[in-house]
Design a protein around this ligand. Structure first.
Ligand code: ARG
Length: 585
């Protein structure tokens, strides 16, 4: 159990004396930011007092009266109008730290029964160059998948590739009519990227060319043998190119079932929805409507809709993005029986997902959780979408190269003594980590400003700072020639007498709850904030408490144990975010 759940548990019985369902009030117990209010604070006396028509202070006193002090709690006080401040006891902290030491996940509490989650993320449209915008889904989705895996869920990560779209008509047209044979021999994927850009540009002023491309797409969708052969030729190149990027980011998917995979199922989706009278013909297209179930009508007598209708078959007979996503939901439910499916996709697709989820519910998929984990744009300092100095979109590969180059400068400056090959290795880890962390540490729903200088800084809420704190921690063990495995909190009493030791201990035993909260809200930034606070608490401890030169051997061991748990927690926490650590940097 997480520390906060243990604290909440103690409140169940006292609250049970006052109300029938204490659960909603338990959520009002939170960790405090400031030790002057204790370690946890319970704020339920105010809403309870309203329900019970009593004074908050009296309600708080009554709750506190029945809570046992002396065991897990050192003190429980009522402050102000009825805030309950809880201070954990030393023996409780020592026990929690020892458990954390023993835990292979450093205190992450797995859920009881295995549940399945499908995480749909990255999902770029292939054959178009990946740019900085694709980073967010990839990085956030990977962190969510890793976090759920650590919590003991069965995680199925799915790269729902856009591999059947109109870009293929353009590529087929370009390949047949505009191909540069030499370039195509040298690097077919680069030739495809060039052709895509070229055809895209030419199509803007040439309506005939644009139509020809659309015809090629239509032929592909009708399974024209020549076009299908080209598609089959292009796909491995595209996948290999994407794979290179994912390798570099350290990301692997359990499956890559793109839109093309669902094509054979689309006609049945439309038939099923039509037969069930959930879809109907409108202006020649087949649409799913979302009327208000209450049957309300507007001033003109037309039924009020909750959402605009979604087209599942166009007038020209083509199926849509929505049709394919409906087929995909059916497929996933039938094959994997997930408790929940999350879609890590930017917020411009919010309407699509609202329509999709509503349509799926009507269609009979009522139980599975369907969540759009939406996120905002990456912008430059001017607030506009992030562009290169020349104004083009920033390719993902060159972005990562630049991150590593900049990290290299930091490493060279900081640790000139490291051998060349090690510096290159560290720079890769620091550079990639910085880019990922900068993204993950934002509230995902806001747009975020891409800023190189902040990102790779040894100070502030950055991966570089955390990696640096970690490496410095490791250097203590190197310097003292201590093998962490030789330490044992079962043999050494963990001393928590200095306020900075205690503050660090409190942060450490809150790792599990930070991870749970991050997972529940699909918010990796809960973990980054936690890690940043932890690193700061550790720095405070390191500033105030001598470790290698502690006053006595037991104290030295106790402090080394705190250092070791901190290191493991940072490493595990960063691992949940897909970020690596190094022992020296
Ligand atoms: N390929 C889409 C795009 O780039 C994102 C797909 C997201 N996943 C999904 N199941 N719709 O916009």
């Amino acid at each position: 159990m997480n520390t906060i759940d243990l604290v909440r548990q103690a409140f169940v019985s006292p609250l049970g004396q006052l109300v029938e369902s204490p659960a909603e009030y338990l959520s009002l117990i939170r960790a405090t930011q400031d030790a002057k209010f204790g370690d946890y604070q319970a704020n339920m006396a105010m809403p309870l007092a309203k329900t019970l028509k009593r004074k908050p202070r009296d309600v708080a006193d009554e709750i506190v009266k029945t809570l046992p002090v002396g065991g897990d709690f050192e003190s429980i006080d009522v402050a102000g109008p009825g805030f309950i401040n809880i201070k954990l006891s030393k023996s409780f902290l020592q026990w929690r730290l020892t458990e954390q030491w023993k835990s292979p996940t450093v205190g992450i509490t797995p859920i009881d029964a295995t549940k399945t989650i499908v995480v749909d993320y990255s999902s770029p449209n292939v054959a178009k160059p990946m740019h900085v915008g694709h980073l967010r889904s990839t990085v956030i989705g990977d962190a969510i998948a890793r976090t759920y895996r650590a919590l003991g869920w069965r995680v199925l990560s799915d790269n729902h590739l856009g591999d059947w779209g109109t870009q293929f008509g353009m590529l087929i047209y370009g390949w047949r009519n505009l191909r540069d044979e030499t370039l195509a021999q040298e690097s077919p994927i680069q030739e495809l990227a060039r052709l895509y850009k070229l055809v895209n540009r030419m199509g803007e002023d040439d309506a005939n060319l644009a139509r020809a491309c659309r015809d090629e797409t239509a032929k592909l969708h009708e399974a024209d043998a020549d076009n299908l052969a080209l598609w089959n030729q292009f796909m491995p190149w595209c996948l290999a190119d994407l794979g290179k990027m994912y390798d570099r980011l350290g990301i692997a998917f359990d499956m890559q079932l793109g839109e093309s995979f669902y094509q054979p199922m689309l006609a049945d989706v439309v038939t099923s929805l039509t037969t069930k009278r959930l879809a109907e013909v409108s202006d020649g297209a087949i649409c799913v409507f979302f009327p208000d179930p209450s049957g309300k009508v507007d001033e003109e007598g037309k039924p009020i809709a909750l959402l605009p209708p979604t087209i599942i078959k166009k007038t020209d007979g083509a199926f849509t993005y929505a049709t394919s996503d409906l087929a995909c939901i059916k497929y996933r439910v039938e094959h994997f029986k997930p408790s929940v499916m999350v879609y890590v996709v930017d917020d411009r697709q919010s309407l699509h997902f609202q329509q999709l989820f509503s349509a799926a519910r009507k269609w009979g998929f009522e139980k599975v959780g369907l969540v759009h984990v939406a996120f905002g744009k990456i912008t430059g300092k001017d607030g506009k979408p992030y562009k290169t100095r020349e104004g083009g979109t920033v390719g993902l590969e060159s972005l990562l190269d630049e991150a590593v180059e900049r990290a290299r400068r930091v490493v060279d400056e900081n640790s000139p003594e490291l051998p060349e090959s090690e510096r290159a290795h560290v720079a890769e880890i620091v550079g990639i980590g910085a880019v990922k962390y900068a993204d993950l540490s934002q509230n995902r729903q806001s747009d975020y400003v891409f800023d190189w200088d902040k990102m790779i800084s040894l100070q502030g809420n950055t991966a570089t700072y955390l990696q640096y704190v970690y490496a410095r921690n490791r250097s203590i063990f190197r310097k003292g020639e201590i093998d962490p495995a030789s330490l044992d909190p079962g043999q050494t009493e963990i001393t928590l007498d200095h306020p900075s030791e205690r503050a660090l201990a409190i942060k450490l035993i809150q790792f599990g709850e930070a991870v749970t909260m991050s997972a529940e809200d699909y918010r990796p930034n809960v973990i980054t904030s936690y890690l940043f606070d932890l690193a700061n608490a550790y720095n405070g401890f390191f500033r105030d408490c001598r470790v290698l030169k502690a006053e006595s051997e037991p104290l030295r061991k106790s402090r080394l144990i705190l250092c070791e748990i901190t290191a493991r927690t940072i490493r595990q926490g960063l691992d949940l975010l897909g970020i690596k650590t190094v022992d020296r940097m």
